[in-house]
Design a protein around this ligand. Sequence first.
Ligand code: HPA
Ligand code: ZN
Length: 326
Amino acid sequence: MSFQTLPKVELHTHLEGCAPPAFIRGLAAEKKIDISGIFADDGGYAFRDFDHFLQVYEAACTTLQSPEDFRRLTMAVLEETAAHGVVYMETFVSPDFCGGGDLAAWKDYLAAMEDAAQEAEDKLGITLKGIVTGIRHFGPEACKPAAKCAAETFGDFITGYGMAGGEMVGRPADYAYSFDMAREAGIPLTCHAGEWGGATMVAETIRDLKVARIGHGIGAVDDPALIDEILEKDIVLEVCPGSNVVLKAVNGWNSHPIAKLRDAGVKVTVSTDDPPFFHTTMTAEYAMLHQTFGWEEEEFAMLNKTALAAAFCDDATKARVAKRLE
Ligand code: HPA
Ligand code: ZN
């Protein structure tokens, strides 16, 4: 089995976080922005921990200043992702990082992203859909424009609303306004939870934000009653093991809970999150799952089937992508 060529479906990536460091370095040079501090000696991104990662991420985003930058970024990301067998990808994209907070201007960024996605689909056979995303640590008010933007752009290309960023146990309800707005517009929902905040954060997110998918969700493993609820509500976890290992949300691959969650019947999927930041690719994720848990083609086929069923795109796209997985 070639881990690289195996066709794959990936639900949890961040467009800006997929930016190759050389691409960001090039934009910074063009625009004379000094972000040299975010790079390591080997040219990769350098960060100490999750909070510092969020700062480095935000600094990298300061170089993305026009729809043309987004078009080039999308193309670069899809070329890299398609090279690892990914045939369908969903990506989080946030108006809080680029576009200067001007929603009307930011819609041009999304249009440029969609153009590049169409070009990549024709050239590389990879399908991309976008999930407009609020950034939790910027606060509940700051997430409202993203929800409004999701409602206004929801359609063929923007297929969901999500929330990423730092976790605060006890606070998911503060963000209910944004999720309610998106739900009322008929938009599928996902939210990062249980990467840091454990089972409580996952439970509160399910209760207060009523999402169909949870980003990460690994903290759920500690609470059997919550696992029952996840099964009963048919919630899908977007698990990003390599990200969890590098950010030290888990102690290492051997102690990653993905296998336990899967064995408990939870619908798990596998994604890279922010591949160049975490020195990962979908090929590397599959190779590590094989090495650590002995997963074979049968397990990978199930991951992809689960992911495609939980994808936020329309049924015609799903049927088309399903053929690529055969
Ligand atoms: N967690 C929270 N926020 C993020 C992440 C993540 O893994 N990646 C990019 N933003
Ligand atoms: Zn993420």
